[in-house]
Design a protein. Sequence first.
Length: 113
Amino acid sequence: MATPIETPSSAPTREGRGASVKSLLLTALIVLNAALVLSLAGRTIAPNFAFATSEQPAARVSEYVMIPSRPLGVNQDVLYIMDADNTRLVVAGYDATARPPRIEFLGPFPLNR
């Protein structure tokens, strides 16, 4: 009768290797999920503000009204920009037919005449 071959106790068995790979994979997935949860929490908890002010505390931001238009008989789009605080009007037109296309400005025109 043949005697079974003994494996050294330090060599991992096939079942032991598979279990260690599974536990390593499970640990990696848990760490990845924790990182994703922390990233999502950081995005939703952190405030996201935008301020349109100057560096000077006494400065006041102007109020603007912008009206897009395509006037009759004109082959370009026009944007009317009115500065309500300084009562001025600027007209900006986009000329797509020019090479290269360009934006042309007219004004500022005073509105308090």
